[in-house]
Design a protein around this ligand. Structure first.
Ligand code: FES
Ligand code: FES
Length: 165
C-alpha cells in the first residue's frame, strides 16, 4: 500500500503517494527527474547519492522515501536554482579542475555544502574528514580539497558583514 508524503525539494513543495520500499534516490531520479543525484554502489559506500535532508547529509540510496515526510531536501540542482549562476562551490570545482568524469561531483558538492555550512573556515584535515564518505575514482582528491578551500574563501569574502558580527 502506498503512503502519502509531503516534502520539499530545493524549496518546491511536493505531495506524492509512494511505495514503502522506494528509496529517496529513486524518488528524486525517477519520479522528480532530478538526475543530478547519482546512484553508484547502492549500499552506502560511495557517497555519489549524497543529498541533504533538513540540513544533514544522507545517502539517498539508503534512505526510504517515506522517511522524508514533512522534511526539506536539497539536491545538487538546488545549488544553482536558476540554472545559470553557479554556486561558489560549483565554480571552485570547475576552477580547480576538481571534476573529471563527474560521477562523484554532486555528492561531493553536497558534502562540501554541509561542511561549509557548519565550518566556514575548515583546515585541509577538516575538509578531508568532511569528504570521508565520498569516493572519487578519478581526481586523486587533491583538486577537490583545493576546490572546497577556494569556495570557503570565496563564500567568506562575499559575506563580510557576517564576519564582523
Ligand atoms: S550510491 Fe549511495 S552511497 Fe553509493
Ligand atoms: S570525477 Fe570521476 S569519480 Fe570523481
Amino acid at each position: 500500500m502506498k503512503h502519502h508524503i509531503n516534502f520539499t525539494v530545493n524549496g518546491d513543495d511536493y505531495s506524492l503517494a509512494v511505495d514503502p520500499w522506494r528509496t529517496l534516490n529513486e524518488l528524486l531520479r525517477e519520479d522528480l527527474n532530478l538526475t543530478g543525484t547519482k546512484l553508484g554502489c547502492g549500499t552506502g559506500d560511495c557517497g555519489a547519492c549524497t543529498v541533504m535532508v533538513d540540513g544533514r547529509t544522507v545517502s539517498s540510496c539508503l534512505t526510504l522515501a517515506v522517511s522524508i515526510n514533512g522534511k526539506s531536501v536539497t539536491t545538487v540542482e538546488g545549488l544553482a536554482p536558476s540554472g545559470e549562476e553557479l554556486h561558489p562551490i560549483q565554480e571552485a570545482f570547475i576552477k580547480t579542475g576538481a571534476i573529471q568524469c563527474g560521477f562523484c561531483t554532486a555528492g561531493m558538492e553536497l558534502s562540501a555544502l554541509h561542511l561549509l555550512n557548519n565550518n566556514p573556515e575548515p583546515t585541509e584535515k577538516e575538509i578531508r574528514s568532511g569528504l570521508s564518505g565520498n569516493l572519487c575514482r578519478c581526481t586523486g582528491y587533491n583538486q577537490i580539497v583545493e576546490a572546497i578551500s577556494v569556495a570557503a574563501e570565496q563564500i567568506r569574502d562575499s559575506e563580510p558583514e557576517k564576519e564582523e558580527r
